[in-house]
Design a protein around this ligand. Structure first.
Ligand SMILES: NC(=O)c1ccc[n+]([C@@H]2O[C@H](COP(=O)([O-])OP(=O)(O)OC[C@H]3O[C@@H](n4cnc5c(N)ncnc54)[C@H](OP(=O)(O)O)[C@@H]3O)[C@@H](O)[C@H]2O)c1
Length: 235
């Protein structure tokens, strides 16, 4: 049976944007939260939140694209919590301004490492610490969809998020025997550094809808790709 209301949650890329808003809303609903970010010493907003919620928020270093960092994180996590009911693979990167003829291997590799390989291997590294019946939510994007006819922009991002969708399917299969639900979610077009000033919704609106969709996720929905309202999206 899925856990109705996750209480021990982990968010990657938690120092700004959607990740920071996930942390705020998870704390507000009463969860114990581990917030992972690349540079905890510079994560002013997260450290302020930790001061406001003593003992309920731990800030740990994690670069999801770096194997050594993922390994160190997996060793450190049990020191601050006794398991994870909800893992939100939120950290992501979008290299803007890519033009055909000038796409670099560095952009593609960084996008794949951060957006697809990182979430996949982090989930594997943490699997023994994930609670049976728990949930893994991967932040994908409508830009990953093969079912649309996309314009040629941000190919490194699109390719890496499409890979994340298959990683979601594979994780769903691997964790199915333990009743762990793994879903890919599109948050909408959100006003963050990545979304830019033309975006349509605030992080607050997006995250509150995403958390409702996550709470309603059952094993029957595992391996699926959904919008923030929980409606199935075209792969
Ligand atoms: N905003 C949108 O409209 C939108 C739409 C669809 C999907 N998404 C997805 O939603 C997620 C969050 O996006 P956002 O809008 O909040 O983006 P954002 O404002 O650019 O924030 C990205 C976060 O990811 C972190 N990050 C990047 N690379 C990392 C790495 N290697 N290791 C650990 N953390 C890393 C960043 O940390 P630093 O501060 O250290 O750089 C930052 O905290 C992403 O996966 C994104 O693809 C966003």
């Amino acid at each position: 049976m899925p856990i109705a209301q996750p209480r021990r949650s982990l968010v990657t890329g938690a120092n700004r944007g959607l990740g920071l808003e996930f942390v705020r809303q998870l704390l507000a609903r009463g969860d114990r939260v581990v917030a992972a970010c690349r540079h905890p010493g510079k994560a002013t907003a997260l450290n302020a939140l930790a001061g406001e919620h003593p003992g309920r928020l731990h800030v740990l270093p994690l670069d999801v694209a770096d194997e050594k960092s993922r390994t160190a994180f997996a060793h450190e996590l049990p020191l601050v919590c006794d398991g994870i009911d909800l893992l939100i693979n939120n950290a992501g990167v979008l290299h803007s301004g890519e033009r055909w003829g000038g796409i670099s291997a560095a952009n593609l590799e960084d996008s794949l490492r951060t957006n697809a390989i990182g979430p996949f291997l982090l989930t594997q590294a943490l699997s023994s610490q994930l609670a049976d019946g728990g949930t893994v939510a991967n932040l994908s994007s409508m830009m990953s969809s093969l079912g649309t006819d996309p314009d040629f922009h941000s190919p490194s991002y699109r390719i890496s998020k499409t890979a994340l969708n298959m990683a979601t399917k594979m994780l769903a299969k691997a964790l199915e025997p333990r009743g762990i639900t793994v879903i890919a979610l599109c948050p909408g077009w959100v006003l963050t550094d990545m979304g830019g000033s033309g975006a349509q919704i605030t992080p607050g609106e997006s995250v509150s809808e995403l958390l409702e969709t996550i709470a309603a996720a059952t094993p029957a929905r595992s391996g699926g790709f959904y919008d923030r309202y929980g409606k199935a999206m075209a792969w």
